[in-house]
Design a protein around this ligand. Sequence first.
Ligand code: DGY
Length: 331
Amino acid sequence: MSKPQVLVARAVFPEAVARLSEHFEVETNDSDELWPKAELIRRLQGKVGVFTTGSERIDAELLDACPQLRICANMAVGFNNFDVDAMTARGVLGTNAPDVLTETTADFGFALLMATARRITESELFLRAGQWTKWSFDMFAGAEVHGSTLGILGMGRIGQGIARRGAHGFGMKVVYHNRSRLSPELEADCKARYVAKDELLRTADHLVLVLPYTPANHHSIGADELAQMKPTATLVNIARGGIVDDAALAQALKERRIAAAGLDVFEGEPRVHPDLLSVPNVVLTPHIASATIATRRAMADLAVDNLIAFLTTGQPRTPVNPQVLGRMRGQ
Ligand code: DGY
């Protein structure tokens, strides 16, 4: 009997493909091109599962054109590339890759905060350009990190990891805002105080964004919010492009209405708003917050586990729309 077919939509660790090949006939994307939608649809014909990375948009049009598809397994914790309602309506399961990247991503969030507050990129570029001729008392003087107020917008697992690093490692006062408040135990563990969004914006010396992208979160930080922040504040976005209005941020940075920003994600990435490229007080990285080899392997393994488990036993590890499973079991 021939094996079910799955598509791996982007290049990934060969070991992940090898594990899939034990169960499925696997088509891969060795060139790692981001296929246009029509090409993705063409390649998905006859496939029951697809391994996605967060860059591939799975929407109603694609699902209608690929009626055999039963599962889309994201190698990412975020799944804003999925139209979850369209998937659920068609009985297609989505899975993501939570937990395995939490600490690594929190490490990176903190690294970006430090680099931004202490002007690492700006000063390195200055040095590399041969402009460093003498020590000066205020050369690249940045903002204090230890003992300052760390604000976190979005207090899921990654936000909590950043809070712990700030509170326990750097003696920071931590304030946060989230859709729902943490339990008293978690608040104590993170040494974090729940505040309204306005207070968060007004009081944070360093504001880190870690909330998931949803249409409701679009431009959660725009000109009005930036205007409420301290002129000495830094803003760090490791969440998703679209949560910040990048044009408004570039303008605020240019006019020094906030001191600096550290950005790992961008609206319409991999394009970056040209004004962000021309302001000096911003640290820019290409969506690498979870990028260590060990973590990326763990993320790929979890996506593979989900494909194998769902297609062989019907029991995926981390479904995002478990209603589909209930319906399959007649619940
Ligand atoms: C995620 O997991 O959502 C990251 O943004 C992708 O590395």
